[in-house]
Design a protein around this ligand. Structure first.
Ligand code: F6P
Length: 342
């Protein structure tokens, strides 16, 4: 077979491990060839390719980012986008395309499969962990570990200065990173997009903690968390999938906390640090398992599927199941975090 592969959407640690696994399995087990498209769907539309061999994908297991680079290109927003994808797949005599992406990229893949009959298999990636039909996407564990380590560091400086430190983390629609990272890093309050910010509850909780003799607090807030009455600012920049560029809630929250409690409060935004660098061992293994199964599914001609993790078992699910709705935070886990508020 001849197989194409692309990485789309925001990057995350583990993408290179998937490329390595897909190539290794396809070449060694099936004698197939793999071609990489550069910069997500932009590369398929504009015919930007590079051959991927066992040699060129060797030594990649620990490397963050993606050697194919990525973009948030939406082919359905590009003139003849889907048609050009089909033409370029034919030009390279491809039997299938493996799409490694989050909900937007897999959403596009689902439409290309259904509406344009393309042979596609998806691999779920996202630090946000909000893609449905799988328990975990790779990239999430690495981001959580980065947040936990950052909170450890914030703790020692917060304690030294008797400060409240607000840490803004990623998570556009889902509070998985905030909640897992916050629990692991011993946060004193966690705010997630799934629940409107109740400022009074935050303030009271911090005051209660300080009243029992703790002179510092750590608050974690997901970038997508919103105040009860917040309106989405229509002036904000949006991407090809219509998403507003987030960021800044930590700073706003810190100002409110300082004003209402009288405690000195500062904020730190972890931003893209959460997406950079080496994947954790967990993400390396998960990305590798996903890559091997994706290669197998292509060779079994099981198209329109996405690899997924259910418990500790790897399965395939219809792409459609993954992109119909977002997987928001399991609020039972939030309840565990709440035990440590205040
Ligand atoms: O979707 C993953 C994510 O990291 C979100 O948490 C965040 O809102 C967004 O990507 C940031 O995107 P960009 O890389 O375009 O700044």
């Amino acid at each position: 077979m001849r197989i194409g592969i692309l990485t789309g959407g925001g990057d995350c640690p583990g993408l290179n491990a998937v490329l390595r696994a897909v190539v290794r399995r396809s070449v060694k087990e099936y004698g197939s060839e793999v071609v990489g498209f550069l910069e997500g769907f932009r590369g398929v539309i504009e015919n930007m390719v590079m051959p991927l061999t066992m040699h060129s994908t060797g030594g990649l297991i620990h490397r963050g980012g993606t050697i194919l680079r990525t973009s948030r290109t939406n082919p359905f927003k590009v003139e003849r986008g889907p048609e050009r994808i089909k033409e370029n797949m034919e030009k390279h005599r491809l039997d299938a395309l493996i799409v490694v992406g989050g909900e937007d990229t897999c959403g596009v893949a689902n439409r290309l499969y259904k509406e344009h009959n393309l042979n596609l298999v998806c691999v779920p990636k996202t630090i946000d962990n909000d893609i449905n039909a799988t328990d975990v996407a790779f990239g999430f564990d690495t981001a959580v570990n980065i947040v936990a380590e950052a909170l450890d560091r914030l703790h020692t400086t917060a304690e030294s200065h008797n400060r409240v430190l607000v840490c803004e983390v990623m998570g556009r629609n889902a509070g998985w990173i905030a909640c897992y990272g916050g629990i692991a890093g011993g946060a004193d309050f966690i705010l997630v997009p799934e629940r409107p910010i109740n400022l009074t509850a935050v303030i009271n909780s911090i005051k209660q903690r300080h009243a029992r003799g703790r002179d510092f607090s750590i608050v974690v807030v997901a970038e997508g968390a919103k105040f009860d009455d917040e309106q989405v600012n229509p002036e904000r920049e949006v991407d090809a999938f219509g998403h507003v560029r987030l960021g800044g809630i930590g700073e706003i929250l810190a100002k409110h906390i300082e004003k209402e409690t009288g405690f000195e409060t500062r904020s730190t935004t972890l931003g893209h640090i959460q997406r950079g660098g080496s994947p954790t061992a967990f993400d390396r293994v998960l990305a590798t398992r996903y890559g091997v199964l994706a290669a197998d599914l292509v060779h079994q001609k099981k198209f329109g599927t996405m690899v997924a993790l259910h418990g500790n078992t790897l399965v395939d699910v219809p792409i459609e199941d993954a992109v119909n709705s977002l997987k928001t935070l399991d609020m039972d886990i939030y309840k565990v975090a709440e035990v440590f508020f205040g």
